[in-house]
Design a protein around this ligand. Structure first.
Ligand code: SAH
Length: 400
């Protein structure tokens, strides 16, 4: 028996089907009426139109997703023990990483780890957490306690500065230490490559952990090659290429000067001679046009742009932008060169990305072979009933 009595809300007839399949969202239109006695972020029980318990989750009247499900088990209370069980299971999945090689990874991937609204990245012994929803915000003290108990972390930094919090009716906050001690930066390893992470000021939680497997996959194409890494951030792809034997000669381009500074330092940390590589602060579109007009050619081009479409409404515009980018990228690629192109827009599917590369190639009259395709790494699990939460698509192609 569940020890706590939760307020309830009923679904319209036949609206429990996707929930019974395991989906974790209920849209406001599926509820018979807005629940009473539940504040935003409060936990409630969802019942079918015939009054049967279906699931337990948290509510928000401000958002299209009215309820995010936490459990389908009537016996399971939403308390410290619940959070500990979910975190324990998430920690167990990450045991696939050999800490000697990789000690930076996503520890909690929101819905994918059964904790909607919570993202936690692990950088050595420091956790960086983001709370995206009002429901998770209400659980915040318990989440922090459970994380400390289950991970033995030295400290937890909260990065609640994402704009998505506004939609939930939450404040944007300065980065704050939620538990333990958190230094200025830490040094981590990813597939044996060293990085330092500025989790106080860096983008997102400080690093783009979702590209780990693509960085590793890129290595084999870059031995002794001339590589252009567009949207390089702190040089993730670049360092992997430069550490090859024989080393690649790498140009890293990003619009953010602090990111390019960090990339240079990360090259040095890995014992690389920065004078053998180029570090460019520029808009990638401008850079590629200029490079093409100068007749520059590379063996390998990486295109890992920020999300061009954050909503369904922005999709058409975004598809155009991907097409333009892929064309510009191909124009500076030698015949037989390798293109790694990515999209992290949720509303742009793998088919869209393939279509964009294919159209760009047609326009340039170049033929393309698809070599490898990827989504996220294993530390970004996706709930099987919610494929729409898989945002990242990456493909490796050879362009003749
Ligand atoms: N590939 C990186 C992550 C890229 S994230 C990695 O492996 O770590 C996207 C990056 O694009 C950010 O660093 C952002 O500063 C940069 N950016 C956004 N718009 C840009 C533009 N128009 N030109 C160049 N860089 C841009």
């Amino acid at each position: 028996m569940s020890a706590i009595h939760y307020p309830g809300a009923s679904l319209k007839p036949h609206r429990d089907e996707s929930l019974l399949n395991g989906h974790l969202w209920i849209f406001s239109g599926a509820l018979q009426q807005p629940p009473r006695w539940v504040e935003n972020g409060g936990v409630l029980d969802i019942k079918s139109a015939t009054g049967k318990f279906v699931a337990r989750g948290y509510y928000n009247a401000n958002t299209d997703i009215a309820v995010r499900i936490l459990t389908h088990d009537f016996e399971e209370d939403i308390d410290l023990e619940f959070l500990r069980r979910r975190i324990h299971s998430a920690v167990a999945l990450r045991e696939v990483f050999d800490p000697e090689q990789t000690n930076a990874y996503r520890l909690i991937n929101s819905e994918g780890d059964g904790l909607p609204g919570l993202v936690v990245d692990r950088y050595a012994d420091i956790l960086v957490a983001q709370i995206h929803t009002a429901g998770m915000e209400q659980l915040r003290p318990l989440v922090i306690e459970a994380l400390m108990q289950e991970t033995g972390a030295r400290g937890i930094l909260l990065r609640n500065d994402g704009q998505s919090r506004r939609r939930e009716g939450l404040q944007i906050e300065e980065p704050t230490i939620a538990a333990g001690e958190v230094p200025e930066q830490v040094q981590v390893r990813e597939n044996g490559v060293s990085f330092f992470i500025d989790f106080w000021q860096g983008q997102k939680t400080g690093f783009f952990l979702d590209q780990r497997d693509k960085r590793e996959a890129l290595r084999k194409y870059t031995r002794g090659k001339r590589v252009l890494n567009c949207f390089s951030y702190t040089g993730g792809f670049s360092v992997y290429a430069a550490l090859n034997k024989p080393p690649a000669q790498v140009t890293s381009v990003d619009i953010s000067a602090p990111a390019i500074d960090a990339a240079r330092q990360i090259f040095e940390m890995n014992g690389l001679d920065t004078s053998a590589h180029q570090f460019v602060v520029a808009d990638v579109f401008d850079y590629l046009e200029e490079a093409h007009s100068q007749g520059e050619l590379f063996d390998v081009v990486v295109l890992d742009p920020p999300a061009f479409a954050k909503s369904q409404g922005a999709r058409t515009q975004a598809l155009k932008a991907y097409r333009r980018l892929n064309m510009l990228g191909m124009q500076v690629l030698k015949p037989g060169g390798i293109l790694l192109t990515c999209s992290c827009s949720g509303v742009v599917g793998m088919d869209d990305l393939l279509g964009s590369v294919s159209l760009s190639a047609q326009r340039l009259q170049r033929s393309v072979q698809l070599l490898e395709s990827y989504t996220h790494g294993v530390d970004h699990p996706i709930h099987i009933a919610m494929p729409e939460t898989a945002y990242l698509k990456s493909i490796f192609c050879r362009v003749q």
